[in-house]
Design a protein around this ligand. Structure first.
Ligand SMILES: NC(=O)c1ccc[n+]([C@@H]2O[C@H](COP(=O)([O-])OP(=O)(O)OC[C@H]3O[C@@H](n4cnc5c(N)ncnc54)[C@H](OP(=O)(O)O)[C@@H]3O)[C@@H](O)[C@H]2O)c1
Length: 301
């Protein structure tokens, strides 16, 4: 049982304490990312040698995530539905020196999800270090007005897709020895937002799945976390924010008084994938300029 010896040097260079620690459940992972290795060969702030699947990488937050992970050294596979946009992105990433491949895939389709994961498996030789479940959609309307088709479509795109992709990715993440799953949730999963009941319910489900996977997959050293943005400047929210009065209300509700940038979400996602965050799992972290903690701060005293 007492197989490994950790040498700790404190506080004077001449004093050395030796003590023994029990062998962890999965030593190979520990060996890969422990502070023992970090002090030496492994760079905790790099994704060098790792691979990632990022869904919805051609625009907005997903696009920023692809670039963030590549910038940290990862090789990335992404997917989207629009072929032209995908081709343009892949060419531009190649020009920038990033290693990114891509698939046409509608994540709301079971068949597409299966094909996507087959491509990912063969591209990355049966091993996946990082899964970013980023795609999401929204239909804004009162809860009572949703049709059955709209309900199915939002559920399939936002929740069924991530549930199934996680199932399909599991053996590959397990093979990594140190897998990381990050979901793009939303503040709508915590608080109620006008006309967002269905989208908010899917994000609430994602938040709960984040916690379940953190516990269920901990034995395989797969971490699971989520990021929960408030308004970020992307094509998804362009139309609603083109209404000046609405935009002003968003500013008023947001302590930092502005919208977020996709790169302000991708930086957190990057951190959650790094060995530097190896003890963080089951967390849903808001990227919201303080919106979700805002109580009552009137403009006039
Ligand atoms: N922007 C915000 O203010 C905000 C706030 C909170 C949470 N979020 C969440 O952040 C995530 C990304 O949103 P975003 O604002 O970056 O969206 P976006 O600008 O609309 O980009 C969405 C990306 O996903 C792809 N995509 C959409 N539906 C897809 C599908 N069914 N299958 C495959 N790919 C699909 C799009 O490409 P194609 O259209 O070519 O498929 C595009 O690359 C979503 O989960 C959203 O709920 C966003």
């Amino acid at each position: 049982m007492w197989e490994s010896v950790l040498v700790l040097q404190v506080p004077s260079p001449s004093v050395k304490f030796k003590f023994q620690i029990p062998k962890p459940r999965n030593w190979s992972w520990m060996n890969k990312y422990s502070s023992i290795r970090c002090a030496g060969k492994v760079n905790r702030w790099s994704l060098d040698g790792m691979n990632a699947l990022v869904t919805g990488g051609t625009r907005g937050i997903g696009h920023a995530i692809v670039e963030e992970l590549c910038g940290l050294g990862a090789t990335v596979h992404t997917c989207a539905r629009n072929e032209d946009e995908l081709e343009i992105c892949l060419r531009s990433w190649k020009d920038e020196g990033f290693t990114v491949s891509g698939s046409l895939c509608d994540v709301s389709s079971q068949v597409d999800r299966q094909k996507l994961m087959e491509v990912v498996s063969s591209t990355f030789n049966g091993k996946l270090d990082i899964l970013i479940n980023n795609v999401g959609t929204n239909i804004r309307k009162a809860m009572v007005d949703f049709t059955a088709e709209e309900f199915s479509s939002v559920m399939a795109t936002n929740f069924e897709s991530v549930f199934h992709l996680c199932q399909l990715a599991y053996p590959l993440l397990k093979a990594s020895g140190a897998g990381s799953v990050v979901f793009t949730s939303s503040v709508s999963g915590f608080v109620s937002l006008k006309s967002m009941s269905l989208q908010g319910a899917t994000k609430g489900a994602i938040n709960q799945l984040t916690k379940y996977l953190a516990c269920e997959w901990a034995k395989d050293n797969i971490r699971s976390n989520a990021v929960a943005p408030w308004y970020i400047k992307t094509s998804m929210v362009e139309q609603v924010l083109s209404n000046k009065e609405y935009l002003q209300e968003v500013y008023d509700r947001t302590p930092l008084g502005r919208l977020g940038e996709p790169s302000e979400v991708s930086s957190l996602v990057g951190f959650l994938c790094l060995p530097a965050s190896s003890y963080i799992t089951g967390q849903i972290i808001c990227v919201d300029g303080g919106m979700s903690v805002n109580g009552f701060y009137p403009h006039h005293d």
